[in-house]
Ligand binder design. Structure first.
Ligand SMILES: Cc1ncc(C[n+]2csc(CCOP(=O)(O)OP(=O)(O)O)c2C)c(N)n1
Ligand SMILES: [Mg+2]
Length: 545
């Protein structure tokens, strides 16, 4: 809820966050008295802090209206809440002028919205596709299951685990599903995409049959060369979002598109499936890739003077318990988390992947704490130094409500992901990402000015760092932690180049080893290192390596 004008404008990004990540959320903005509202667009403003909120919110909400009559409020509120929760969930918005807000109404006297639900799914069509999938599974050699955040939205978290246990095939979570298919799940096969971590995408790319449930398969999964994604697999996609199933709108063309609620589909598939072939060898191969290509290496623990964020985050994940909540931000630090934080069954991990605004995790961790079971759950927020600057005023909210969030700043003193991008794509010409053009403040001094507890983590004594992490988790109350990851901006493995298929991640494997991992035909681009763009570095004289 917010006031009119600037308050309402501040809700546009949060609404966008909810819109892209399918979060059901009702936004209410105040508006000036209708008498002082501009009659048309020829005039910019009449009322103080007047602003066309419906115009601003329409493109990032499922429904946005101004309630212009008091007697419409019940209808609009019920309608908005219905739309917010139905189909693919998302944000809705009501704009309420002050003259309407001031009126008294009798809810029993005014009309509401008829929320009678009709079934939108064609069950017999779904069953036909299930039959076809089962038939394909019987002849498949390397089947895979891809799980997206839609599975949680449909309440099928348990059912998807059961499906994996029945099929006994490799299961890959998208970034929105890392707390559904956790790292300790017996059929967890690693993380995929342009920053494909554990497994370096060999599992999904070598697949001959892919079933995707509750994911739109974004470009962050496929890379730029979309036709190279799981290119030899017959692809089934299950989604509740009808437009997303239209082939012309899909990033990757799917062979079979199934309009269904995830839970409905999974339950029917489990019911129908019998006599599943033995895929244990294929599963073992994927598990081997997952472990062999773990992005966290021993070298990281042995390296240099400063805390390595991958080593730190891996230890943090070992020390956090299965009740705890992790909230991640964006930029390099979210890549660090997704490469190195091993999730445990029962944990919740929130972030905002579709919009990915800097500062999100600090604000969201406050929300997570209010919603948490405070006796059992710790809330840990990870954020970059740049992101921390964006919402720093919320430190006062920690004080006001004694919000016991542990705020961990992975402080590399730069916009790490921006710098990495400029290094790779702009031939090393850096701008506005630090240390030139950007520098973080002393977060410890700032937190202390708010009267908050603080801790600094530095050096490479990881036994000591582990003990500090234990202290953080045991700390009763809010605490701000500055982790000195000086200038770290290496996020690997990663995909370089628009044409590169996602199995061919940087740092590149020895060619023989690469070929040994391929069941399918490598693309030319994978074999020709000359076509690949390597990260370039500029030396002090301005010449490139
Ligand atoms: C509000 C907002 N502005 C700009 C961006 C683009 N952006 C994404 S990450 C990033 C740099 C983040 O720096 P930092 O928070 O220090 O994280 P690091 O990459 O160093 O881990 C920028 C500018 C964004 N996502 N959100
Ligand atoms: Mg940073």
């Amino acid at each position: 809820m917010s006031t009119s004008g600037p308050g309402g404008q501040n809700l546009v990004t949060p609404a966008g966050n909810c819109y892209f990540d399918s979060v059901p959320c009702l936004f209410i903005t105040g508006q000036v008295k209708q008498q002082f509202m501009r009659p048309d667009e020829s005039i910019r403003q009449i009322g103080f802090q007047e602003s066309d909120m419906v115009g601003l919110m329409s493109s990032v909400t499922k429904y946005s209206v101004m309630v212009s009559k008091p007697e419409d409020i019940k209808y609009e509120l019920e309608k908005a809440i219905h739309i917010m929760k139905s189909g693919r969930p998302g944000p809705v918005h009501l704009d309420i002028p002050i003259d309407v807000a001031k009126e008294m109404i009798d809810p029993d006297e005014i009309f509401g919205f008829d929320t009678e639900l009709e079934s939108v799914f064609d069950i017999s069509k779904i069953d036909d596709k299930i039959e076809s999938y089962i038939k394909d599974l019987m002849s498949s050699k390397r089947p895979t299951l891809l799980v997206g955040g839609g599975v949680r939205l449909s309440g099928a978290e348990k059912e998807i685990l059961e499906l994996g246990r029945i099929l006994k095939i490799p299961v890959f979570p998208t970034w929105n599903a890392l707390d559904i298919i956790c790292s300790d799940y017996e059929f967890y096969a690693g993380r995929i995409g342009t920053y494909g971590g554990a497994g370096r995408n060999f599992g999904i790319q070598n697949s001959d049959l892919l079933l995707s449930i509750g994911s739109r398969i974004s470009g962050r999964i496929t890379g730029g060369n979309i036709h190279s994604f799981a290119r030899e697999a017959k692809k089934y996609i299950v989604d509740v979002d009808k437009p997303g199933l239209q082939k012309k709108l899909q990033q990757v063309p799917f062979d079979e598109c199934i309009l269904s609620d995830a839970k409905l589909f999974i339950e029917r598939l489990i019911y129908k499936i019998k006599n599943i072939p033995d895929f244990s060898q294929w599963m073992a191969e994927c598990t081997e890739w997952r472990d062999k290509y773990d992005p966290v290496t021993q070298e990281m623990f042995d390296s240099s003077e400063y805390v390595h964020p991958y080593a730190f985050t891996r230890i943090l994940s070992e020390e956090m318990s299965s009740n705890d909540i992790l909230v991640g931000d964006c930029g390099g630090n979210i890549v660090v988390i997704n490469h190195s934080f091993k999730t445990k069954t029962g944990q919740r991990y929130f972030t905002n992947n579709g919009n990915s605004p800097m500062g999100f995790s600090f604000a969201a961790s406050i929300g997570a704490w209010f919603a948490s079971d405070k006796e059992r759950q710790n809330v840990v927020c990870i954020i970059g130094d740049g992101g921390m600057n964006m919402n720093i005023q919320e430190l006062q909210t920690l004080v006001n409500y004694n919000v016991c969030v542990k705020v961990i700043i992975l402080n590399n003193h730069i916009y790490g992901i921006t710098k990495a991008f400029q290094e790779t794509n702009f031939e090393g010409r850096m701008e506005a990402c630090g240390p030139i053009g950007y520098n973080p403040p002393d977060f410890i001094k700032i937190a202390q000015a708010y009267g908050l507890a603080t801790m600094t983590i530095e050096g490479t004594d990881y036994e000591q760092i582990r003990n500090q992490i234990k202290d953080i988790i045991a700390h009763d109350g809010p605490i701000i932690i500055d982790v000195n990851c000086h200038e770290h901006h290496t996020y690997e493995p990663k995909l370089i180049g628009w044409e590169t298929p996602i199995e061919d991640m940087y740092p590149y494997l020895d060619r023989e080893e690469f070929l040994k991992n391929m069941h399918i035909k490598p693309l030319d681009i994978s074999l020709n290192p000359d076509k690949l763009v390597y990260p370039t570095k500029v030396d002090d004289n301005g010449s490139m390596e």
